[in-house]
Write a protein that binds this ligand. Structure first.
Ligand code: GBH
Length: 579
């Protein structure tokens, strides 16, 4: 059945390509796609596809927005910069009558501490087919795979940042925010992931960077935030193949080469635990692979480490003053009871989360113990040369530290899991919960029901920061490169005034930054923070149904509004940043 469908599809492509002289009518580069079916009737064919064909075949029509050329920023009205009413409780008893002014005199952010906001290309740019962008896996996941995004939303328009970035940068500058961390769309720059470069994309990012600099906002770049060029996924399985390494390197070379003199702080890849966890992909939309489902994330991780390390060295070679790091994720792991099994479960959890990428990059060039026990049964060992190449390849410990979890052994015990591949928790073999051991109270206030993984857990942030510093000993300190809160049920609100006061998020930012101030006072070297997110955007699998913005975006009109949390975030730095 599948072969027949594929056959018809390829017939269609051939006719399509033959009857329209696309190669001469489109300036897009031409790619060669190979499709192979499996089974006894396997056949292979090659078809020349233009970028337009490639879109049509794999994604289909996309939506556009009425604002579709770059717009000059409108002045930010001063009325929108009036701070909100205070939060309900002062941060500590000050005896003052104006809690918003409260300050603990023994706390401070060092004067070179950087604070900013972050966003990611596919979540905010929109304009997915504009100016030569090629499709990424997320265009397929959103357009073709039913319910992969629960709301079936797409990033076609998103925040229209591709055209409205000047306004967006002007707005954060008006708030007093000094850093903007954005990500490049690989398939804008290289529509097929490798090969011909799209000059329009380079010119676009030139202007994003220059606009930041004009407004006194420091740009920071992440090369890869999950939007893998579709062609690389379809050619060889994307991150499942070592062939991704030179392709990532070429992409990194273009970016570092072009922007190293204007952009000082770089991140190679965002949260590999998460994007390696996308594997296995839903079947029938992407190239098939023989790698067993459960092993796929670890093949991905292996190539991520090689690609990251190579890109790090390349960046340093181009400009050795750059700060280059990988963006880690996970969360603080709290041992739920004092049992020995729970202690092991906690270590397993570090090893399968942060340790997966942090131990290789900061400590040994190789995997931590419990992870290695598992992956060494199928992955090749890193050679000594590879270990040396991987070790030491992050200048700061960049962690997207949203929350924390309690960790415990599986009910069956750990060994019953590690010895049994069909155990539901295999290969991790630890359990997590948001509930304290009394099974009644959660760790802190919950975010939106669409993000069950997220509760406020700021009480644990100082301990987490100490743990990061003591364990991975980053030479350039620690940066919280994403943190944020999904205000509960925010996307259901229809009244603007109600949306704009976001107390759960506001309190999260205030308490989190106080926790960082405590850790700083205790000697942890925290160097910066990036609030997630610059504004509401496409929350991946949750679509627009979950909101993380410190600005509200009306997705019908693309108007932006500051939420109260934006002021609470900035106020912490107005209050505590050393002069
Ligand atoms: C960040 O990841 C992303 O970098 C960003 O793009 C995203 O918008 C932001 O979070 C908000 O979600 O559903 O139980 O399997 C944060 C780390 C790791 C948190 C994966 C959610 C899924 C947990 N994410 N995790 S679960």
């Amino acid at each position: 059945m599948f072969s027949i469908t594929l056959f018809l599809l390829l017939q269609f492509v051939r006719q399509f390509v033959e009857c329209q002289n696309l190669s001469s009518s489109l300036s897009s580069p031409i790619a060669t796609v190979s499709q192979t079916s499996t089974g006894s009737s396997a056949f292979v064919t090659n078809v020349d596809l233009t970028l337009e064909d490639f879109w049509d075949l794999y994604v289909g029509p996309v939506s556009t927005f009425s604002i579709n050329t770059t717009v000059e920023p409108t002045p930010v009205p001063s009325s929108s910069l009036i701070p909100p009413p205070p939060l309900y409780y002062p941060s500590f008893p000050t005896g003052q009558q104006v809690p918003f002014q409260s300050k603990n005199e023994s706390w401070k952010f060092p004067k070179d501490f950087w604070y900013g906001v972050a966003g990611a290309a596919y979540q905010i740019e929109g304009a997915v087919k504009a100016e030569g962008r090629g499709p990424s896996i997320w265009d397929v996941l959103t357009h073709r795979v039913p319910n992969y995004v629960v709301t079936n939303d797409t990033g076609d328009v998103a925040d229209n940042h591709y055209y409205q970035y000047k306004e967006d940068i002007a707005r954060i500058a008006a708030l007093g925010i000094k850093t903007y961390s954005f990500t490049l769309s690989w398939s804008r720059i290289l529509p097929f992931g490798a090969g011909a470069v799209n000059e329009q994309a380079l010119a676009h990012y030139d202007d994003v960077i220059d606009t930041c600099l004009d407004y006194g906002v420091t740009p920071m770049i992440t090369l890869y935030h999950w939007d893998l060029p579709l062609f690389l996924q379809n050619s060889y399985g994307g991150w499942l193949s070592e062939r991704i390494v030179p392709h990532f390197n070429e992409y990194a070379r273009i970016a570092f080469g072009r922007w190293h003199s204007k952009v000082q702080t770089w991140f190679t890849l965002n949260e590999p635990i998460v994007f390696c966890g996308f594997y296995p992909f839903p079947i029938n939309y992407f190239k098939k692979t023989d790698i067993p489902d459960v092993q796929q994330p670890y093949y991905c991780g292996h190539h991520v480490l090689l690609a990251h390390a190579a890109a790090y060295h390349l960046g340093k070679q181009i400009n050795d003053s750059l700060s280059i790091s990988l963006k880690h994720n996970g969360g603080y792991k709290i041992q739920r009871t004092d049992s020995e099994e729970d202690a092991i479960a906690v270590q397993r959890s570090w090893d399968f989360q942060e340790g997966w990428f942090s131990d290789p990059v900061f400590l040994t060039g190789d995997y931590p113990r419990y992870l290695r026990e598992y992956v060494s049964t199928f992955l090749p060992d890193f050679t000594e040369e590879q270990k040396q190449m991987i070790n030491g390849t992050s200048d700061i410990y960049a962690h997207d530290a949203y929350t924390s979890d309690f960790i415990m052994a599986p009910d069956t015990g750990i060994e019953a899991c590690t010895r049994n591949e069909s155990h539901p928790l295999f290969p991790l073999c630890y359990n997590t919960t948001k509930l304290y051991a009394n099974d009644y109270w959660a760790i802190g206030a919950a975010g939106d029901p669409g993000t069950p993984w997220l509760h406020q857990a700021t009480d644990w942030v100082p301990a987490f920061l100490h743990y990061m510093q003591d364990t991975w000993k980053p030479r350039g300190g620690i940066a919280i490169t994403e943190f944020g809160m999904s205000e509960p049920y925010e996307s259901l609100k229809t009244n603007l005034a109600s949306i704009l006061i976001d107390p759960v998020r506001s309190q999260y930012y205030r308490d989190y930054l106080e926790a960082i101030l405590i850790a700083l006072a205790e000697g942890v070297n925290v160097v910066g923070t990036l609030a997630w997110s610059i504004y509401d955007n496409l929350e991946w699998g949750q679509g627009y149904g979950v909101r993380f913005g410190i600005q509200y975006v009306n997705f019908t009109t693309q108007e932006r509004y500051f939420k109260a949390s934006a002021f609470h975030y900035v106020n912490m730095f107005d209050t505590y940043l050393e002069e």
